[in-house]
Design a protein around this ligand. Sequence first.
Ligand SMILES: *Cc1c(COP(=O)(O)O)cnc(C)c1O
Length: 452
Amino acid sequence: MAALVEYLDTCAAGRGRVVDLTPVSAHLASFDVDRWIATGGMEGAALGAFLAAYLERSTKLHHPRFLAHQVAVPHPYAALADLVAGITNNGMAVFEMGPPAVALERAMVRWLLAQVPWPDGSGVLTHGGSLANLTALLCARARANSNAWRQGVAARSLAVLAPASCHYSTARAVAVMGLGTDAVIPIGTDAAGRIEPADLAGALRRARGEGRRPIAVVANACTTSAGVYDPLRAVGEFCQREGIWFHVDGCHGAGAMLSPALRARVDGIDLADSIAWDAHKMLRTSALCAAVLFRDPRAAAQTFQQQAVYFDESQDQDRPNLFPLALECTKTSLGLKLFLVLAALGEGGLRAHVEGACRRTAEFHRIIVARPGFQCPVEPEANILCFRYGTQNGEQERIRQALMAEGSFYLSSTMLEGLRYLRMVVMNDHTTEAHIVALLTRIEQLAGKPAS
Ligand SMILES: *Cc1c(COP(=O)(O)O)cnc(C)c1O
């Protein structure tokens, strides 16, 4: 506990490196891993020393100069839930293995559904958004082809329409389902990666032209790279007209539903058939904690079998088994994590976190575009911001590596329309304009230096 408190204090004060790229071999040697494996007996001061060294070199999400990825700065209550889950180790496939955990999962699914609002919907918590997307697409496949679960699918028979700006988990899900990644038929986008509704009919024609039957259209709320929202209402209306399953990948940005000020970004999300939503991104839980939500509980019940256990009369609805809805068998107590965050912050506290991150990102954008030499390709719509210094693609990655090497700032990077950009994701409530000004100054200094 002392080592963890020291870690959090160091991060909160903005002291020390935010990231440390010491390689695997050096870590293993300094932790004396082989000796500990052979002898065991790490306790007391030795355990404290190991944890201090481990934490010191860990990537510090609680540090205000952490700006790289979409992973939440977890609320301490989420970490407490991890500890409780680790000690109780209550399963979650069946009600008997953790009645309170199952109860909280049900409550959290109901709360997430209420944000859509889908009061009659259903859903399940999953270990991450990639699994949530796979689960939703399996459900879409079951609706389009109810024999697929038992008989598999014929080669080149099905398609999923999705923009190239989709997270790679969509293509992976399609491949995992045995459709082959060629089954992903791209929908045209604008330069920022937003679906062009005018191309939906064209994508459908291209799929049918290949003899494929589309099982789903996937839209982003928001995209991973540039953080922009697809026009969900237009896509949803198209899917309704054509009778195609509409999946919204809201892993990162579905939290806009919590805020009246941001709600317009996800206008039309209620037209979806399914939504994937990560709580470990914008909702302050530790990883992993995600949900897949379904508008129609009967469709959801058919994802993993043809005989819907959900409607099995012998199932006690107030003592539900979760395995029929989830790919996983054993799960950790995911609902407990989100519940404790909500119990600490309230809905209002989470809303303020989401709104604050998006508002500060807009402010940082104004600072960056006003600074000579810096450009932003897209006005941010969430808390993801792409920018570059100078005009060279290679220079962006060189700057990023130099920042990581000195441990001063941690950014990610991305490609948009063939250009390399630095990318920041504003996850930490304690990142201020002063940090961004310091970042820009440091980038100018590093760019002036020859590569070492
Ligand atoms: C992060 C992300 C995912 C993947 O979620 P994991 O929880 O990392 O598996 C999928 N889609 C989008 C849009 C994302 O931002």
